[in-house]
Design a protein around this ligand. Structure first.
Ligand SMILES: NC(=O)c1ccc[n+]([C@@H]2O[C@H](COP(=O)([O-])OP(=O)(O)OC[C@H]3O[C@@H](n4cnc5c(N)ncnc54)[C@H](O)[C@@H]3O)[C@@H](O)[C@H]2O)c1
Length: 279
């Protein structure tokens, strides 16, 4: 995308972490913002913190797992600002459990927020973005967990592998069309955000996560430590995203160390080895 000032960005999961950092960077670049999150109070606070005048920023409480909520978000953005130039499908939640201790509700919650959200985002935003003369850019937030298979987070891994293949498929289609909409895929490793406390936003229909056994509790603790120790910040993720948008780069993998694990997985597949153990 050439030039950001006066253009419109829609960011989901904008009340915290990477989404909030994306919003701050977009605001600094002079963009108009449409910010979405399930946590209406924190979203309002976040928007206030950006210090933009109301003409340049609007918020909508959105449950991104709900098709009708994402449809309403798209309606708001296009009606308010006429076009959407940057769409960040970013909202997400994490859960650590051994695979057999994921309840049905756990699977539905994680796949709904992490994968269906991106499907809804593409369905509702992409056709009008393709139709607008100035084109645009979509950024899907997956994870390193979409490129490797770390134990203890099956639903999360499945959701993020889903976002990766959805995005790779869409990228090929957009390029085949020579479309004016570009696409980037953000795959962070550990970043200190609110992700470890994702249950705070679990929708009531999914109830509480089931009792976690000893192995699940150990994975949960390990996830917490890893997230807290993340060497790169949410701001680093936002900087990497905007660099990629400027360069029209698809893969955005800011933690370069993860390449070793990705390579190991690909070699396991190519050599028909059993999966190497990831910590
Ligand atoms: N933090 C990490 O280590 C890490 C690593 C890889 C990928 N990611 C991905 O980055 C994205 C952002 O996460 P984060 O780390 O900033 O976490 P975060 O918890 O700080 O932010 C996530 C935001 O999503 C919102 N959200 C949760 N459920 C929602 C729903 N149903 N509808 C709308 N909004 C909802 C939350 O309220 C929160 O504001 C996620 O997709 C996550 O999977 C994070």
């Amino acid at each position: 995308m050439q030039g950001y000032s006066g253009k419109t960005a829609v960011i989901t999961g904008a009340a915290s972490g990477i989404g909030l950092a994306l919003a701050a960077r977009a605001a600094k670049l002079g963009m108009k913002l449409v910010l979405a999150d399930i946590d209406a109070d924190r979203l309002a606070e976040a928007a206030l913190g950006l210090g933009l005048d109301p003409g340049r920023c609007c918020v909508l409480r959105t449950d991104v797992s709900r098709d009708e909520d994402v449809a309403a978000l798209a309606r708001l953005a296009f009606e308010r600002y006429g076009a959407v130039h940057l769409l960040c499908n970013n909202a997400g939640v994490a859960l650590s459990r051994v695979t057999w201790e994921h309840s049905l509700a756990d699977w539905q919650w994680v796949l709904g927020v992490n994968l269906w959200s991106v499907i809804h985002g593409i369905r509702h935003f992409l056709p009008p973005m393709l139709a607008q003369a100035e084109g645009g850019h979509v950024v899907n937030t997956a994870s390193a967990a979409g490129l490797v298979s770390t134990p203890g987070m099956a639903a999360y891994n499945v959701s993020k592998h889903g976002v990766v293949t959805l995005s790779e498929t869409l990228y090929g289609e957009l390029r085949a069309l020579n479309a004016k909409v570009d696409l980037s895929l953000l795959c962070p490793a550990w970043v200190a955000t609110g992700i470890q406390a994702s249950e705070r936003n679990r929708q009531p229909q999914y109830g509480q996560a089931g009792e976690a056994g000893e192995a699940s509790r150990a994975y949960h603790e390990r996830l917490g430590t890893a997230v807290k120790s993340g060497r790169l910040s949410a701001d680093d993720m936002a900087a990497a995203v905007f660099d990629a948008v400027a360069a029209k780069r698809f893969y955005v993998i800011p933690h370069r160390k993860i390449n070793n694990a990705i390579k190991m997985r690909l070699e396991d597949i190519l050599e028909a080895r059993n999966p190497s153990q990831l910590a």
